[in-house]
Design a protein around this ligand. Structure first.
Ligand code: ACO
Length: 430
């Protein structure tokens, strides 16, 4: 049943009936698209605190209850029973794959994992110690110069091939960005390895010695990829959608998503958490850092705490925390002092009045940096790991948007508060 919300202009007395849309779950949405045309008002919502930018079938979050669903499936069940490529298929196509669908999907991903040989030489053009995220933004943006046979956004087959190429090539580009930053030769992917295993091979194997993939590390990495695969209209996904709404090619859109992800308020937080824990150093210094986080004249924030949507525990953080403990035990490293420090910091923060009042809980990044460290991933690769995983969500969201019949260019308005109008000084005026 469609309901309406009436709004009356206090200046003219004119009333407008705004349709209220109801999704499957979540708060109802007031359709204000005719507000300007009919009443002459814009709405004002910087940071999109109360604004739905689109309708989507893909991911649902209930931030009050700490619920996250991919296409209706709870993240806890997917983490327990599924794996990253199956989840990527689910995000892209809307249903869990049959055995043969998954085999075909897997084969497409495997066969698209190499990058054009000329593209490999790009890496040498970056400064010798470039941050791998900086290299990623550049190299992914350049993909459209190599794969223009999949950039016709009006052709569904092009869109699908572009999506598969990006999921497949991201680990290859990520590992190459890292190898360049440490001056080692870039490895080719191997088709007989799993998605996570292949990434580990490209990251860590060297021509001079054998590298054996540790199944504990491989499994944990796959789980982390699955947990980060999508998160509805977060900043980087919204960036991908906004870029895509202009008709920009998919490779350019994903490069813009990577750039947005890099910020410390978003995906860059996992790297920042580890740096923060090193800076805190020991449990005795926790109160000092908690006090700094509460001090409004200090820009310091407790990294890995707080979330725009979750006002309860981030369900992904709980899964990562458990997986981290499991990995430490299996790798025989259960007394990692940084884990002890992180647990203590969490305990102190969760009992603190400020954090309770502001509903600040650990988000996924609080523990993901720690598990990456345990898996041997270097700190400057943490946000890159996030980018590899989130590519599945970015391409799924981009595909959904392009296929949408009501799709229009995203073009927000503003409340102008600058000078009304000024006269440029005439010649000779002082
Ligand atoms: N430490 C201390 N105070 C905090 C923190 C924090 N980590 N996060 C929020 N606050 C406070 C703010 O100072 C503000 O206080 P006030 O109302 O008294 O002024 C209040 O909580 C609300 O914060 P906002 O910044 O308005 O919340 P917003 O929803 O815009 O931001 C964000 C969410 C960016 C995640 C924020 O909590 C933050 O900066 N956290 C640290 C960075 C981080 O961990 N980012 C990862 C996010 S998850 C992800 O991208 C995977």
């Amino acid at each position: 049943m469609e309901t309406k919300l009436n709004i009356t202009d206090p200046e003219t007395g004119k009333t407008l009936e705004l349709p209220v849309r109801r999704g499957t779950r979540g708060p109802p949405v007031v359709d204000i698209s005719r507000l300007y045309q009919d009443l002459g008002y814009f709405t004002y919502d910087p940071g999109f605190l109360s604004t739905a930018s689109c309708s989507s079938h893909i991911t649902f979050i209930d931030g009050e209850k700490g619920i996250l669903l991919y296409r209706g499936y709870p993240i806890e069940q997917l983490a327990e029973r599924s794996h990253f490529l199956e989840a990527a298929y689910l995000l892209l196509y809307g249903e869990l794959p049959s055995v043969s669908q998954l085999t075909t999907f897997n084969s497409h991903i495997v066969h698209h994992s190499m990058i054009n040989e000329s593209l490999r030489s790009f890496f040498n053009g970056f400064y010798y110690d470039a941050h791998p995220m900086a290299t990623m933004v550049g190299v992914v943006g350049s993909l459209s110069a190599f794969y223009h046979d999949s950039t016709d956004i009006h052709n569904p087959e092009h869109r699908e091939v572009a999506a598969l190429r990006m999921i497949a090539k991201m680990p290859t580009i990520a590992a190459a960005s890292y190898k360049h930053s440490i001056g080692e030769p870039i490895n080719y992917p191997k088709n007989d390895l799993s998605y996570a295993g292949n990434f580990l091979h490209m990251m860590f194997s060297r021509p001079s010695e054998d590298y054996e993939i540790d199944p504990v590390v491989e499994k944990a990495l796959d789980l982390i990829f699955l947990l980060h695969a999508d998160h509805e209209q977060n900043a980087s996904t919204s960036t991908v959608r906004l870029a895509g709404s202009t008709g920009a090619n998919p490779f350019a859109c994903i490069a813009s998503g990577i750039a947005a992800l890099w910020g410390p308020a978003h995906g860059g937080a996992n790297e920042a958490v580890l740096n923060m824990l090193h800076e805190i150093g020991r449990a005795g210094r926790i109160p000092e850092f908690i006090a700094r986080a509460k001090n409004k004249s200090d820009p310091f924030r407790l990294m890995g705490f707080g979330h725009r949507v979750y006002k309860n525990y981030d369900p992904r953080a709980r899964i990562v925390q458990r997986a981290y403990h499991d990995v430490l035990t299996k790798l025989g490293n259960s007394d990692d002092p940084l884990f002890e420090l992180a647990l203590k910091l969490e305990e102190v923060a969760l009992k603190d009045e400020y954090f309770i009042e502001h509903k600040l809980y650990p988000n996924v990044d609080f523990y993901s940096g720690l598990i990456y460290k345990a898996l041997g991933i270097p700190t400057n690769m943490f946000t890159v790991m996030f980018a590899i995983a989130r590519t599945a969500g970015w391409v799924a969201q981009w595909m959904e948007m392009i296929a949408e019949s009501e799709q229009r260019i995203g073009r927000p308005r503003q409340s102008y508060v600058g000078p009304a109008c000024r006269q440029y000084p005439a010649a000779g005026d002082d």
